[in-house]
Design a protein around this ligand. Structure first.
Ligand SMILES: [Fe+2]
Length: 198
């Protein structure tokens, strides 16, 4: 019996799925790649207050909701992980006096987190828009990284081609897709899961 190309492709996909399923074949358990690191930067401040809304009434900028999970490499949620997040405001200015656009967000029992803010602006020392993260959980290595946005004009519509334009950004995987929601006005939404090593 000869198989059509389509049947061969389907057979390959089925085999691929079985390999990914792993444990059924006695292979090693799931191992998620660790989230790449990206520099702490000069504007980190300790002691950001607990909050899930970083933006105050009347602030300018495109509303942005960021959500995701904090996981270990086996995919287990890291309940109670603390995500310190900070970024420039919509005009590209960091608050170095107080805690505007700075917060400590605590992950829930399923490892999930969510915060509401505005899309960060550009500022002269950096090419790309970004949100800084410092993620900690008991028994885990602290993760210092940055979240970037596929819609950033710096990537000229093609992050795969242009991601190296920001020399601080060392890993394409930190650029996340942005979806636009209609919430009585436009709101951007980004999902950013983080995986912490031992
Ligand atoms: Fe920054």
């Amino acid at each position: 019996m000869s198989l059509t190309r389509r049947e061969l492709v389907e057979a390959g996909l089925t085999l691929g799925a079985a390999v990914v399923a792993g444990p059924a074949l006695g292979a090693s358990p799931t191992s998620l790649p660790l989230t790449p690191e990206s520099g702490l930067g000069p504007y980190y401040k300790r002691g950001a207050p607990p909050a899930t809304t970083l933006v105050a009434q009347g602030e300018s900028g495109l509303p942005l909701v960021v959500s995701g999970k904090v996981l270990d490499p086996a995919g287990k949620p890291l309940s109670g992980a603390v995500l310190e997040v900070w970024h420039a405001d919509g005009r590209g200015i960091y608050d170095l006096v107080g805690y505007r656009y700075r917060a400590s967000v605590v992950a829930g029992s399923d490892g999930s987190y969510r915060f509401l803010t505005v899309m960060p602006g550009h500022y002269p020392e950096r090419v790309a828009q970004h949100i800084h993260y410092r993620v900690s959980a008991p028994g885990r290595k602290v993760l210092v990284t940055q979240l970037y946005f596929a819609t950033d004009p710096a990537f000229a519509g093609d992050p795969d081609q242009n991601w190296r334009k920001d020399p601080i950004l060392e890993d394409r995987r930190l650029i996340r897709p942005v979806t636009l929601e209609d919430r009585g006005g436009p709101r951007a939404a980004v999902v950013f899961d983080t995986v912490l090593g031992p």
